[in-house]
Write a protein that binds this ligand. Structure first.
Ligand SMILES: C[S@@+](CC[C@H](N)C(=O)[O-])C[C@H]1O[C@@H](n2cnc3c(N)ncnc32)[C@H](O)[C@@H]1O
Length: 257
């Protein structure tokens, strides 16, 4: 993990995470994942890396897969655990670990997921793919979304300010990113302010260093590591190629063994 990223997804940001992303369409995203998963005939177990509060895994668990869900942030996992217990889900196992230093003994998975830009947070993404191979069988799928370079060059980061309200919580999130082209990274300053009766009761600030990828270089690296890229797709538009309008793209790749 990036040194700079060590202390992110801390207690305050994790507590606000599900409210901030309440409108993110995890259901549609999971329908898309299910479509991608059909590239493999039978799937029984899934590894969700950088699972966060487990919104994807919880939806996918309904399909009966056995899911191991890993995150580095204990605070994100605490929230995931509460959600899983509340829904009485028994086929998700939570593990706290750094996914760049995985030690899962003899486990092997049909599908490995890294969703919502988890790849961007890694310090050595290509070494990561190389290490991941021991957890894959011949024909296993690795599915991830990532930010792609040509969209970022076309449309740089903008400052955003958003408000979120639920019950008595009133939260403001201000994000501002800057591009570091040399390291192909966007450094995003995220400030959250939780208010009660117009007075700020908690202020939190995190700096996220998120890598973006050139699609051609990513393809070459995946091929070098023994993967076949089955498809790149635009994150917003099902069935369409990545576009310069949207930073996010999906990659579906198959391990050739
Ligand atoms: C943007 S969140 C995505 C969470 C979840 N996948 C979702 O879609 O809501 C990125 C997650 O990746 C986790 N993460 C980043 N780097 C990691 C690492 N090296 N090891 C384990 N988890 C990591 C963070 O703690 C965070 O929960």
């Amino acid at each position: 993990m990036n040194q700079e990223n060590r202390s992110i997804f801390n207690e305050d940001y994790s507590k606000s995470y599900d409210l901030i992303y309440e409108k993110k369409n995890y259901n549609d995203e999971c329908n898309r994942i299910i479509k991608f998963i059909k590239y493999k005939k039978s799937v029984s177990n899934i590894l969700d890396l950088g699972c966060g509060t487990c919104s994807h895994s919880i939806i996918l668990s309904k399909y009966g897969f056995n899911i191991d869900a890993i995150d580095r942030s204990g605070k994100m996992l605490e929230i995931a655990k509460k959600k899983i217990e509340k829904k009485k889900i028994s086929n998700i196992k939570l593990i706290q670990a750094d996914i760049e230093n995985l030690d899962l003994k003899n486990a092997q998975y049909d599908v490995i997921l890294l969703l919502f830009n988890v790849l961007g947070y890694l310090k050595k993404p290509y070494l990561f793919f190389s290490n991941l191979k021991k957890y894959l069988k011949k024909g296993s799928l690795v599915i991830f979304d990532f930010w792609h370079e040509s969209a970022i060059i076309q449309n740089g980061p903008k400052k955003t300010k958003k408000n979120f309200e639920k019950a008595e919580v009133n939260l403001t999130k201000i994000s501002q990113g800057k591009v570091n082209q040399k390291d192909k990274t966007i450094i995003i300053n995220i400030q959250t302010y939780e208010k009660e009766k117009n007075a700020v009761i908690t202020k939190n600030e995190e700096e996220h260093h998120i890598k973006y990828y050139n699609i051609e270089s990513l393809t070459l690296n995946l091929i070098n590591e023994g993967f076949k890229v089955l498809k790149f797709e635009d994150f917003e538009n099902d069935g369409c190629l990545p576009s310069k309008e949207n930073w996010s793209a999906y990659c579906v790749s198959k391990y050739l063994g």
